[in-house]
Design a binder for this molecule. Structure first.
Ligand code: RAM
Length: 342
């Protein structure tokens, strides 16, 4: 754990340096990328939604990688985090423009597959990162951390904070989000198997929209007066829930944990609303996704068993289901939160 902590801290420091050039949302027009090849190519990042600090950070990592290897970065995407149809339009446009590779956080496991298939038919490699599609409809998924590990970290946190008993609820992102759904399923299994006195009484969806997530938190508290805790496995959800709790009577009584960014959660850890939460380094995730896209575009890798260089992160090998794994989740609390800036 200590080693991992040190590794994460040094990666976070490097990420911090790199993130000084954090880009605003929108599209950097790179012109025509042409087919394949990373030099001079254009790499299109399509996050779940624009304006989400998590994706601002991850995509700044992608942009930094692309600058390192001499390509052009662009980011396009829908305004809302529950809009696969919006993502399809951006995929289609990028295909028509002949981009070198696409890097997508999918809002739905199936809905993007036809559009992704057309991109791949046009020899445009497609990497998913953060939230996967069905594995057979993309080239490679860059996974932030093992889903079991992400689920376990959050169950451990809530169990510890509520004394391993009582009612809890999930405040998720979009109802079709592959990543949140996989984590929630694994958390439910872990709770059933190892925490018999914790009862999951509700799962609600804030669609990675700040206001919807805020309102959903208020509604949860009203509907479940005995609620002991909320687990929000989304950076948008946990920040909105923390903001609600911080000025309510439930502050410090209804425990809140899940996945958050240190910068969004700092004030709520300091004011006692939140004890601890988890995440990985989103900047490294985007950085690794960009290097993966380059390796595919250059024909250096095709799938499982192939290795490639990912700049400052070193060498990675494509694993089962054509997945590249970034690392382990990390727990943030009052003792360490000031060591991080993302
Ligand atoms: C939100 C998004 C993203 C997820 C993080 C934890 O920013 O839903 O997909 O990975 O939270």
């Amino acid at each position: 754990m200590l080693n991992q902590k040190r590794r994460f801290a040094s990666l976070a420091a490097a990420a911090l340096a790199a993130s000084l050039a954090l880009t605003a949302c929108g599209s950097d027009d790179g012109g025509d990328g042409g087919d394949g090849g990373s030099e001079g190519g254009t790499f299109t990042f399509i996050p779940k939604n624009l304006g989400n600090p998590y994706f601002d950070t991850s995509n700044a990592g992608g942009e930094a990688a692309i600058e390192e290897f001499g390509g052009t970065y662009e980011q396009v995407g829908p305004a809302n985090g529950d809009d696969p149809a919006g993502q399809v339009q951006y995929i289609n446009t990028a295909t028509q423009q002949g981009r070198s590779a696409l890097v997508i956080s999918a809002n739905d496991p199936d809905a993007l597959c036809d559009a992704i298939g057309e991109a791949m038919d046009a020899d445009i490699p497609v990497v998913t990162y953060d939230a996967d599609t069905n594995p057979d409809c993309r080239d490679i998924f860059v996974n932030q951390a093992d889903a079991e590990g992400i689920a376990q970290a959050q169950v451990d946190l809530i169990a510890e904070q509520i004394g391993d008993k009582g009612e809890i609820a999930f405040l998720s992102a979009a109802a079709n989000a592959t990543n949140q759904n996989a984590w929630i399923e694994l958390m439910n299994t872990e709770l059933e198997e190892n925490h018999p006195d914790i009862e999951v009484v509700d799962t609600v969806y804030g669609d990675d929209d700040d206001q919807k997530s805020f309102d959903a938190t208020a509604a949860l508290l009203q509907k479940h007066p005995d609620l002991a805790g909320i687990v929000s496995p989304t950076t948008v959800g946990i920040a909105a829930a923390a903001r609600y709790l911080s000025t309510s009577d439930a502050k410090g009584k209804v425990k809140l944990t899940g996945l958050g960014t240190p910068n969004q959660m700092r004030e709520y850890v300091k004011d006692g609303t939140v004890e601890a939460f988890a995440l990985w380094n989103p900047e490294d995730l985007g950085y690794l996704a960009a290097w993966t896209a380059k390796a595919l575009a250059d024909g250096d890798i095709e799938g499982e068993g192939d290795s490639f260089e990912a700049g400052r992160l070193g060498e990675y090998t494509v694993g089962a289901d054509n997945t590249v794994l970034l690392g382990d989740p990390f727990v943030f609390n009052a003792d360490n939160i000031d060591d991080f800036d993302f």
